[in-house]
Design a protein around this ligand. Structure first.
Ligand SMILES: [Zn+2]
Length: 394
């Protein structure tokens, strides 16, 4: 969904000293230890005692990394990316099921690049970027257009298509299942179906449905259910009804500012409502480095004293529990601000493909950031996502 191209040049110098000024970040998070379990024990450790299927998946990944063709779709030439960086998972990658295209064609917020998506296009992009796998989700304009029955059907069609995609390419794709919010009952049913039957890897939500933001009491019954499931919940921004026609100067699109702003609104909705403190089992991933929330965190934290009954520790300790992807945000300003809030153990690689650019270009952008060292990049590109999505992180 990101219309804004990533620009990485010219401002990186000098920001390294900004890092980690908030007190102990990863160490205070209940989620921060999870990726450690996914760390490998070296090649022999990986291959010893694994099933033939596991071994095949590993060898396919290895083949991709080394540019060794094993046949069919795997016979693709690697791009210019470093082979050493091949263990990478893209957590912000969009797919476009035919039923979704039929519903959203001509609607506001739809980007043309998403209408041209094919599975082969995604796999080709992953291969050229030496990226192992992508978590796919539905992008803007989403699924909610005011008709609950239509949204319920559309979510089911998208999720069944996504599950079939994962079944066809299990080592390359994971599914973040779409939910028919703001219909709470339908969402409870769809979360059960996608998690229990389709074995989705996580849940995909939007920051806002109409004008109903995450954290609003009207959709709260969904939150304890996702907490009970210990769900990984990727939150994608959109433009709320209030703010999608504000008539800025020509050229200002929803992606220019509104998506980042709505992400901050949703983060405040989840924290100030008390949901984040009450339901810590949900592992939230916020898109685009958390919108403007990391930059505003100090100011928000001061305001959080007004919500002490729901957030007794204040905003920053809650925000430190979240994960944040770098789609459209692999630039010095965004990453420097994010590193004030969390460590690299809670930052994830993402591209926003197709409109957000290629895996190869996003990986290059990350590699060019001097405020990250090699250990940071390993955590961002692989370890953290492998912990959240163990099926893809083997
Ligand atoms: Zn996106």
């Amino acid at each position: 969904m990101s219309e804004a191209p990533q620009t990485l040049h010219g401002t990186e110098q000098g920001v390294g000293t900004w890092r980690r000024s908030w007190p102990s970040d990863a160490e205070t998070s209940s989620h921060a230890a999870a990726p450690d379990a996914a760390r490998g024990a070296g090649f022999r450790g990986r291959m010893r005692g694994v099933s033939p299927d596991d071994r095949r998946d590993f060898l396919l990944r290895l083949g991709t990394a080394l540019g060794i063709a094993a046949g069919g779709l795997w016979q693709r030439r690697l791009g210019a990316q470093s082979i050493a960086a091949a263990r990478r998972i893209d957590v912000h990658h969009h797919f476009a099921p035919p039923a979704w295209i039929a519903e959203v064609n001509g609607r506001p917020l739809l980007q043309a690049a998403n209408t041209r998506w094919t599975p082969e296009q995604s796999i080709d992009d992953l291969d050229r970027g030496a990226t192992t796998a992508a978590l796919v989700s539905i992008t803007n304009p989403g699924l909610w257009f005011g008709d609950a029955t239509a949204t319920r059907r559309l979510a089911r069609a998208c999720n069944e298509y996504g599950a079939s995609l994962v079944q066809r390419y299990p080592a390359r794709f994971g599914l973040l299942a779409a939910m028919p919010l703001p219909d709470v009952d339908a969402t409870l049913a769809e979360s059960a179906y996608t998690c229990d039957t389709l074995k989705a890897d996580g849940i995909g939500l939007y920051t806002t449905y109409g004008n109903t933001r995450l954290g609003h009491p009207s959709i709260r019954p969904v939150t304890p259910e996702l907490h009970r499931r210990n769900a990984v919940v990727h939150v994608h921004p959109t433009a709320a009804n209030c703010c999608r026609n504000l008539d800025y100067a020509p050229g200002v699109t929803a992606g220019t500012m509104e998506y980042g702003t709505d992400t901050t609104r949703a983060i405040l909705g989840v924290t100030f409502s008390g949901d984040a403190a009450a339901f810590p089992g949900i592992r939230f991933i916020w898109s685009h480095a958390g919108g403007t929330a990391p930059f505003l965190a100090g100011r928000i934290d001061r305001g959080s004293r007004n919500a002490a009954d729901r957030m007794p520790n204040g905003f920053i300790p809650e925000a430190k529990k979240f994960f944040y992807d770098l789609a459209g945000a692999a630039n010095a300003g965004a990453v420097a601000s994010l590193l004030q809030l969390v460590s690299s153990r809670q930052i994830l690689f993402g591209t926003d493909f197709p409109p957000g650019g290629s895996n190869a270009d996003n990986a290059k952008a990350l590699a060019a950031l001097p405020l990250l060292d090699d250990a940071d990049r390993r955590a961002i590109e692989w370890d953290n996502a492998a912990g959240l999505f163990p099926r893809l992180g083997r």
